[in-house]
Design a protein around this ligand. Structure first.
Ligand SMILES: NC(=O)c1ccc[n+]([C@@H]2O[C@H](COP(=O)([O-])OP(=O)(O)OC[C@H]3O[C@@H](n4cnc5c(N)ncnc54)[C@H](OP(=O)(O)O)[C@@H]3O)[C@@H](O)[C@H]2O)c1
Length: 267
């Protein structure tokens, strides 16, 4: 039987890299996308040796609208179709909404929402036709917590979670599973890129997970057909509390500084 193929965005580090490793271990051939191509090539070579799979690295800047179409044009020319999509690439803007240029905001929305949606749109029809397929959209517990002043990050993750549930409902009758995976603090390069690593590393250890653990849970959840998975007990409790308690009380009890420190390095 021919091997299935998984496409992982943001496969050059963190949660995306952990997905690439796990899917290779499960026998998937891989299409690895990110901007740092040399990293992707090294990762691909390692996975090919270790798991006897084929990998294909594509240098892709997903903050540009045309990128998903370019990726799929390349895949079509190689006769590659996608059975498992992991929409993972992401970051958080360093400054508040009004202090970013429109170009920065436009790039952010393309990366975090538009191209997540576009990639789902590019794979879903063939998955529905084959009556099988899996999509994991990496969201965040930010989708369940109050919006922080001037942060687009929570808004983008609320969108990704809502989109995923809607697509899961469309895919279900066709055997296509769609999951919003919602990690909390995870040891990756995310906070180093954002520039607030030192601040968030002071948060209690109990709030942190490894990317391998996040991804193992995410894989199990999408295989089982879950629509939303919040990683870890601590994060589930945090989300439950924010869901149950009225807004006026949340305003008083939310550790505002912790929210700010999580998503932004400069206010
Ligand atoms: N770490 C956390 O605490 C945490 C918690 C909840 C949710 N998340 C979510 O998890 C996802 C993965 O983040 P991570 O924590 O694994 O961080 P990470 O280690 O910094 O990885 C981010 C990945 O996204 C890629 N990426 C960033 N901008 C891109 C662009 N314009 N085009 C293509 N690829 C791009 C990066 O690759 P290149 O730089 O090579 O392009 C990298 O592979 C994100 O969606 C993030 O919002 C993270």
């Amino acid at each position: 039987m021919l091997k299935k193929t998984a496409l992982v965005t943001g496969a050059s580090s963190g949660i995306g890299l952990a997905f690439a490793k796990l899917l290779a271990a499960k026998g998937y051939n891989l299409v690895l996308c990110a901007r740092r191509k040399e990293r992707l090539i090294a990762i691909g070579e390692e996975l090919e040796k270790k798991f006897s799979v084929r990998t294909y690295s594509i240098q892709a800047d997903l903050s540009k609208r045309e990128t998903p179409d370019e990726i799929f044009k390349e895949l079509k020319s190689k006769d590659i179709t996608i059975d498992f999509l992991v929409n993972n690439a992401g970051l958080s803007l360093k400054r508040k909404f009004s202090r970013n240029s429109w170009e920065e905001i436009d790039d952010f929305m393309n990366l975090m929402m538009v191209n997540v949606t576009k990639l789902c749109h590019l794979v879903m029809p063939s998955m529905k036709e084959k009556k099988q397929g899996h999509i994991v959209n990496v969201s965040s517990i930010a989708a369940f917590v109050p919006e922080d002043s001037g942060s687009l990050y929570t808004a983008s993750k609320k969108y990704v979670s809502s989109l995923s549930v809607a697509l899961a409902k469309e895919g279900e009758p066709y055997g296509v599973n769609v999951l919003a995976l919602c990690p909390g603090f995870t040891h990756t390069e995310f906070h180093k890129v954002l520039g607030n690593k030192e601040k968030v590393e002071k948060f209690p250890k109990i709030m942190w997970m490894t990317s391998d653990r996040v991804v193992e849970e995410g894989y199990d959840a999408v295989i089982k057909g879950k629509r939303i998975h919040i990683n870890g007990l601590v994060n589930k409790v945090i989300c439950f509390i924010f869901h149950m308690i009225p807004e006026c009380i949340i305003k008083i009890i939310t550790p505002k500084k912790m929210l700010e420190d999580s998503y932004k390095s400069d206010h």
